[in-house]
Design a protein around this ligand. Structure first.
Ligand SMILES: C[S@@+](CC[C@H](N)C(=O)[O-])C[C@H]1O[C@@H](n2cnc3c(N)ncnc32)[C@H](O)[C@@H]1O
Length: 367
């Protein structure tokens, strides 16, 4: 209720809230937002959705395997994880690392103060030689030579939402009247209209009428901070998403915005604020464009299935003696109908030794 009051107040004060501002409040408002309150849990036992690192430690082990391969070709000696959730990835990454491959530091940059508390608790249960490596940071000053991981972070970055009706583009906003919130539309401003025109030009087709879609203008800020501050990095972006052409597929007329609670999709984003997750699939072509405008190299774009298979997931899974458990984990992570194909791995780098070879199937041509 308290968050709802704050949303009403902000919507009244500004006449309306754009969808990204609304999503920001719903997810991150101090002590009340979905990710930023004392009850947030990403533990599969009581979470609203499940992520790769929470399914099995095999997930972090494959990423660790890739880190080891990268170290042969590039002078990276530390890890930086954005949005580390419960701390599961960091925990499993470190406890499976040999002395020889141990990162100098494992940095975590997390937006939710409540998740930071949970991460600290989880990491403190590791032997000191591992837990001592973990450092929580709030900015990117003096961070260099890092292997960066952002697992399901971009989908949690607040996005703008649009629609097209009768050949006109509108931006989705939230208004408050007589103590009720409602979704409304405002005319799309000229800058955003221009951006949509450029998308249409690249796709060589028009966005159809009666179509809802998102443009995440907030990626730019998130990514450019990384690209301008950090020297010498390899960056793994892992998330569900598509190339631009797939993202704006004519049949996806409700867009990719989703609300989740108890593993079920909700339809109404205007009730129960702060108690459900809001996410938007990633337009990986946009990530690629922002990266190349900073002269960042795109080393690979592949599916989770290809990435994990190439990073020893089957070999590592041999240690799981319960065959039912093992096949369930592998199905969830690898099957195309599950996470295997919907989830993509994009590998970005500021510069890479020419000898570096990517052996998994590469879909960069799609972007
Ligand atoms: C969907 S959860 C994923 C958590 C974890 N990476 C996993 O895969 O289980 C999104 C995470 O990103 C964090 N987050 C969102 N935006 C962020 C930002 N700009 N900087 C750092 N963390 C962010 C959230 O607080 C949350 O921890």
């Amino acid at each position: 209720m308290e968050l709802l009051k704050k949303i009403h107040a902000k919507a009244k004060q500004n006449e309306y809230l754009t969808f990204d501002d609304y999503m920001e409040m719903c997810l991150y408002y101090p002590n009340l937002g979905y990710y930023n309150n004392a009850n947030i849990s990403l533990n599969p036992k009581n979470a609203d959705f499940i992520t790769g690192p929470e399914i099995s430690s095999l997930y972090a082990e494959s990423i660790l395997n890739f880190y080891k391969n990268c170290k042969v070709f590039k002078n990276v000696d530390s890890v930086l994880e954005f949005g580390a959730g419960s701390g599961e990835m960091a925990y499993n990454f470190l406890r499976n690392t040999s002395e020889q491959d141990m990162p100098k530091k494992y940095y975590i940059l997390e937006k939710s103060t409540h998740l930071i508390k949970q991460q600290k608790k989880k990491i403190s249960s590791l032997p000191k030689k591992y837990s001592d490596k973990v450092v929580w940071i709030s900015n990117l000053d003096k961070i260099e030579n890092v292997f960066i991981i952002a697992n399901e972070v971009l989908d949690a970055i607040p996005s703008k939402v649009f629609s097209k009706r009768k050949n006109k583009f509108y931006e989705k906003v939230i208004k408050s009247k007589d103590n009720a919130l409602y979704l409304s539309d405002i005319d799309c401003n000229s800058l955003l209209k221009e951006e949509i025109k450029v998308i249409e030009k690249r796709m060589k087709r028009k966005i159809p009428n009666n179509y809802n879609f998102e443009i995440n203008t907030n990626y730019d800020n998130f990514l450019s901070k990384i690209f301008t501050n950090i020297k010498n990095f390899i960056f793994l972006v892992i998330d569900y998403g598509y190339s631009e052409n797939e993202f704006y597929h004519t049949e996806r007329n409700f867009g990719t915005l989703q609300y989740y609670k108890n593993h079920k999709k909700l339809m109404d984003p205007l009730v129960g604020q702060g108690t459900f997750d809001i996410s938007v699939s990633v337009d990986f072509s946009r990530v690629k464009r922002i990266s190349s405008s900073h002269n960042i190299e795109l080393l690979a774009y592949t599916t989770q299935e290809h990435f994990l298979l190439n990073n020893n997931i089957l070999e590592n899974s041999e240690k799981i003696s319960n065959s039912f458990e093992k096949s369930n984990i592998l199905k969830s992570l690898l099957f195309p109908s599950d996470m295997g194909e919907n989830f993509k791995i994009m590998i970005l780098c500021d510069s890479m030794n020419n000898d570096f070879e990517i052996n998994f199937k590469d879909y960069r041509h799609k972007l």
